[in-house]
Design a protein around this ligand. Structure first.
Ligand SMILES: C[S@@+](CC[C@H](N)C(=O)[O-])C[C@H]1O[C@@H](n2cnc3c(N)ncnc32)[C@H](O)[C@@H]1O
Length: 229
């Protein structure tokens, strides 16, 4: 569902490519590892056992770098936004990087031990292409790690946003997907849920972002691990 009815900030809304094209220069300084890497560390995934992996919506390669630090083998990536991909390419950690839509990556089907998608779902009008593509790419027994900005948090009216170099904040076109939307899309793609974790706003967040006291105890992000049977 469209985020617009929940919006309490009313920042100007940019497309994914325009928004991340502009944000790419400062993106890595604004996203907290508490949002996602903390959740990834809680998962019981054999990262080093993944010989081939794909990072869907890889952005600047933040998560790709973490995956490589955990021993993941050959890593491919795809993202819509050129300037984000330029940063990823500069890391030198991806075997192949493509510019394109994650729903039609063109990477080899049935070939990957691990597929990840981190913090991009709120920009997808539908989750179906994401889960279908993850399931297509995975070998049997492979895992899809889906990490997202929590729908409860989005529904409080705070969209993904950043401060422009020229001043003022802007947001990027967003959609709200319920947890049940994930379950519907994943099960239709033949995936089974193995693990799920959620991250709450607590002292660690507030120490870094004092204004977030207003959202203490609220769930801000989640991680799901899906297995292809
Ligand atoms: C918040 S960033 C996340 C980047 C990276 N995964 C991370 O966690 O740091 C969202 C990324 O999703 C990408 N994106 C959004 N919609 C996409 C789509 N349909 N296909 C491919 N990439 C997409 C954007 O270009 C952007 O780089």
């Amino acid at each position: 569902m469209d985020f617009a009815p929940f919006d309490k900030r009313n920042y100007p809304v940019l497309s994914v490519e325009d928004g991340y094209g502009e944000w790419a220069a400062t993106y890595e300084g604004t996203v907290l590892d508490l949002m996602d890497i903390r959740l990834l560390k809680r998962l019981r995934v054999d990262w080093a056992g993944a010989r081939r992996a794909v990072d869907l919506a890889c952005g600047t390669g933040r998560i790709g770098a973490w995956l490589k630090s955990q021993g993941v083998g050959a890593l491919d990536g795809i993202d819509l936004t050129g300037p984000m991909l330029d940063k990823a390419r500069a890391r030198g950690i991806y075997a192949t990087l493509k510019q394109g839509d994650l729903g039609a990556s063109g990477f080899e089907g049935g070939a990957y031990d691990l597929v990840t998608e981190n913090l991009a779902q709120e920009h997808l009008p539908s989750l179906t292409p994401l889960y279908q593509e993850a399931a297509r790419l995975l070998r049997r027994g492979g895992r899809f790690i889906c990490v997202g900005y929590h729908p409860f948090f989005l529904m409080q009216g705070i969209p993904t946003h950043f401060d422009r170099a020229s001043g003022g904040s802007v947001t990027i076109k967003s959609h709200v997907h319920l947890m049940s939307d994930h379950v519907h899309a994943a099960t239709a793609a033949g995936l089974t849920l193995a693990e799920m974790e959620e991250s709450l706003i607590g002292d660690d967040w507030i120490a870094l972002k004092p204004k977030w006291e207003a959202w203490r105890h609220r769930p801000v992000s989640f991680a799901m691990v899906w297995i292809k049977a």
